[in-house]
Design a binder for this molecule. Structure first.
Ligand code: ATR
Length: 275
């Protein structure tokens, strides 16, 4: 029987994961089917159980179920444990389900491999303190940056995150007003772009050597990237590469084969821009 994989979320109809994984499978000559499953808000656990009772081998989990997936997994990788969120479920040989989180590894790969950005010894500003940011902090700290500063609209959430990750490296929370100089790398992990809004960052955080990354992506530049471009940032990058790379890490966990993500990313970029 063909191995089954899927992404579960609500909503799910705009998910690019089925097309990304179909391309990975074709490239790596893997016999598998990957589909998108719309799961009712109250029906996550039974949906996962049913899936694995069939020929299901692995799942990606997206909004709003990443915390429930974390609760449901029988065992967790250390990075999923610290993120307290799971985006990948893996059926193991003993029939139990392992939970992992590939978001942070995907972002680090996109930055370091696709974009050739060093993280070691760099000053990094992370904007936002929600689930998306929680998933990336440990993989970032593993690269030994000089410092990570977190800012957030609700300052207390930034403080709590900094406190819970400080055992992994140099990380501190600041208020927007306390930011008084440039960073090497700025990551926007807020959902502000969705509302067409900008977090209230002072302009001093960007100079001509700053790389600015938005975890969101869209056909046009996000408001955050437009702002950074206006300020003369060295490089602006959207989250499309992170999307492809987190998928590549999941695929590798399931199939033991590292897909070639470059071509897939290039195709997606062309599709997004309607070429
Ligand atoms: P996710 O799982 O995508 O991270 P989340 O947990 O709801 O979603 O977190 C959203 C993040 O975006 C939060 O850091 C939020 O700030 P608050 O903690 O103050 O809510 C941030 N955010 C959302 N809209 C924003 C806006 N318009 N301006 C600034 N920050 C915003």
């Amino acid at each position: 029987m063909t191995d089954l994989y899927a992404v579960m979320g609500n909503p799910i109809n705009h998910s690019k994961s089925p097309s990304i994984h179909a391309q990975f499978a074709e490239q790596a000559k893997q016999d598998l089917v990957y589909s998108a499953m719309l799961v009712p808000t109250e029906g996550f656990e039974p949906a996962v159980k049913d899936f694995f009772k069939g020929h299901g081998k692995g799942l990606n989990i997206t909004v709003p179920f990443k915390e429930q997936a974390f609760q449901l997994a029988a065992s967790l990788t250390p990075r999923a444990q610290t993120a307290q969120a799971v985006n990948t479920l893996i059926l193991q040989e003993d029939g139990t389900i392992l939970g992992d989180n590939t978001d942070g590894a995907g972002l680090v790969r996109d930055l370091m491999i696709n974009q050739q950005q060093e993280l070691t010894d760099k000053r990094i500003l992370v904007v936002g303190a929600g689930g998306a940011v929680r998933g990336i902090l440990q993989p970032f700290l593993e690269q030994d940056p000089a410092q990570i500063v977190i800012v957030n609209r609700t300052f207390e959430k930034a403080q709590l995150l900094a406190e819970s990750f400080k055992e992994f490296g140099a990380i501190e929370a600041k208020t927007f007003e306390e930011l008084d100089g440039p960073f090497d790398l700025i990551i926007n992990g807020t959902s502000a772009s969705l509302a067409g809004e900008l977090p209230p960052l002072p302009e001093v955080v960007v100079d001509a050597s700053t790389c600015v990354y938005d975890m969101m992506y869209a056909k046009e530049l996000t408001p955050f990237l437009k702002w950074a471009e206006t300020l003369g940032a060295a490089k602006i990058i959207d989250g499309l590469g992170m999307l492809v790379e987190q998928a590549a890490v999941s695929f590798e966990l399931w199939r033991g084969i590292k897909p070639d993500s470059k071509q897939v990313l290039q195709d997606l970029r062309e599709q997004l821009q309607g070429k």
